[in-house]
Ligand binder design. Structure first.
Ligand code: 1CP
Length: 341
C-alpha cells in the first residue's frame, strides 16, 4: 500500500501526515468559480460528470494533496428520495419539508435513488481513472441525523429546532425517516465504492445538537449500522466519521461505530484528542479554517503545533470544518509546504 492516506487510515504513524482539506474544491479557487459559471449553477455542476470531475481534480493539480474528495453534496440523497431541492443564490439550500407520516410516505424507497444518482457514480469512475497513483479518493454522504435536519426544516438551521420538534412530537416518524436515509446512504456509498472510491466519509455536521440517549439513537447507532453494512459489502473499506461538535461524545465514538478515523472539529483540543481519541486509531482535522484566510507566521506555528500533537499516532492533516470562500489559495500552499518542507 503506497498511498499515504490509506496507510494512515490503516493505523500507521507516518513521519509526514497526509493532508487534504474539507471543501477543498470550492469558491476560494478561481478555477472552481470558472467551472461553476460554465455549469450554470451548483446542482448542474454536481450532476455533470465531466465538470464535477474537473472541480474534484482542481485542488489536486494546484496543491498535490494526498486525497481527492468527490464533488457532490449531502443533499443529493434527499433529492434522490424524492424531495424537491434548489439553492437560493447567496442563501443556501432549500428543500420541500418532511413534517408528518404522510410526507414520509410520499418519499421513494431507498433502492430507487440510483436513477437520480447515476451521474454521480459516473463522476466517481472518471475521477478514479484520472487521479495520480499516489492520491487517494474519498467518497462521502451526510449522516442520517444531519440529512434529516435539512429534510425536516427544508433548509439549514442554526439550532436544528424543526428536527428536534419532530423527534419529540412523533418519534416513530422521525425514527423511520432516519432509517430511510440510513438505508439509502448504504446503497449510495456502496455504489461509490464499486465505482472507485477507496475511502468513505460520513458528515454528521449537526451531531453536536444531539444529547444523551438521542445522541446514541440518532448519531451513533445509524453510523454504526451504516459502517457495519458497508464493511460487510466491502471488507477492509476505511471509513472516516465526523460527528462535529460532539465534544466529550467523541470519546469512544470510533470504537462504538467501527470508524477507522475520527474527523475533529475546532472545539476539541489537539492534546486531549491525542490522549483520548488517537489511542483508538487515526484522527484528522482540528485546524481552524480561518487560518486559511489569515495565513502568515501564525498559520505556520498552528500547523506545526497540530502536527506535533498528533505525531505519536496515525494522523491525517485537515481543517476542523470546510474551507471558506474568502480563503487565500496561497495559504493552502503554505500549509502543505509547512507540513512537507
Ligand atoms: O458553489 C457553491 O456556491 C456551492 C457551495 C457548496 C459546495 C462547494 C455547497 C452547497 N456544497 C458544496 C460541495 C460539498 N458539500 C462537498 C464537496 C467536496 C469537498 O469537500 O470539496 C461536500 C463534502 C459537502 C458536504 C456538505 N454539504 C455538508 C457537510 C459538511 C459541512 O460543511 O458541514 C453540508 C452540511 C452540506 C449542505 C450544504 N451544501 C451547500 C451549502 C452551502 C450547505 C450548508 C447549508 C447550511 O447549513 O446552511
Amino acid at each position: 500500500m503506497t498511498k499515504l492516506l490509506l496507510r494512515a487510515l490503516a493505523g500507521e504513524t507516518l513521519p509526514v501526515p497526509p493532508v487534504w482539506l474539507m471543501r477543498q474544491a470550492g469558491r476560494y479557487l478561481p478555477e472552481y468559480r470558472a467551472t461553476r459559471a460554465e455549469a450554470g449553477d451548483f446542482l448542474k455542476l454536481c450532476y455533470n460528470p465531466d465538470l464535477a470531475t474537473e472541480v474534484t481534480l482542481q485542488p489536486i493539480r494546484r496543491f498535490g494533496l494526498d486525497a481527492a474528495i468527490l464533488f457532490a453534496d449531502i443533499l443529493l440523497v434527499p433529492q434522490a428520495l424524492g424531495a424537491d431541492l434548489w439553492f437560493e443564490t447567496g442563501e443556501g439550500p432549500r428543500l420541500s419539508t418532511i413534517t408528518s407520516a404522510a410526507d414520509l410516505a410520499r418519499l421513494k424507497p431507498a433502492d430507487a435513488i440510483h436513477d437520480t444518482l447515476a451521474p454521480i457514480y459516473q463522476t466517481v469512475r472518471q475521477v478514479a481513472a484520472a487521479l495520480p497513483p499516489e492520491t487517494a479518493f474519498i467518497g462521502f454522504a451526510g449522516a442520517p441525523w444531519t440529512v434529516a435536519t435539512y429534510m425536516i426544516a427544508g433548509r439549514g438551521t442554526p439550532d436544528q429546532a424543526p428536527a428536534h420538534a419532530l423527534k419529540t412530537a412523533d418519534r416513530a416518524t422521525f425514527a423511520a425517516l432516519i432509517e430511510r436515509i440510513a438505508d439509502a446512504t448504504v446503497l449510495y456509498l456502496s455504489e461509490q465504492v464499486k465505482a472507485g472510491a477507496e475511502v468513505v466519509k460520513l458528515f454528521d455536521s449537526w451531531a453536536g445538537s444531539l444529547h444523551g440517549q438521542d445522541f446514541d439513537d440518532f448519531a451513533l447507532a445509524p453510523t454504526r449500522r451504516i459502517i457495519a453494512e458497508l464493511k460487510r459489502l466491502h471488507p477492509g473499506l476505511p471509513v472516516i466519521a465526523f460527528p462535529r461538535e460532539a465534544g466529550p461524545r467523541y470519546q469512544g465514538f470510533a470504537r462504538a461505530t467501527g470508524a477507522d478515523c475520527l474527523a475533529l472539529d475546532t472545539s476539541v483540543s489537539a492534546q486531549w484528542a491525542a490522549e483520548h481519541l488517537q489511542v483508538d486509531g487515526c484522527v484528522q482535522g482540528n485546524l481552524d479554517p480561518k487560518r486559511m484566510v489569515t495565513g502568515g507566521a501564525a498559520l505556520v506555528s498552528e500547523v506545526r503545533r497540530i502536527r506535533d500533537a498528533f505525531s505519536g499516532g496515525p494522523h491525517i492533516f485537515n481543517l476542523g470544518h470546510g474551507i471558506t470562500p474568502d480563503a487565500d489559495p496561497a495559504n493552502v500552499a503554505l500549509l502543505v509546504e509547512t507540513l512537507r518542507g
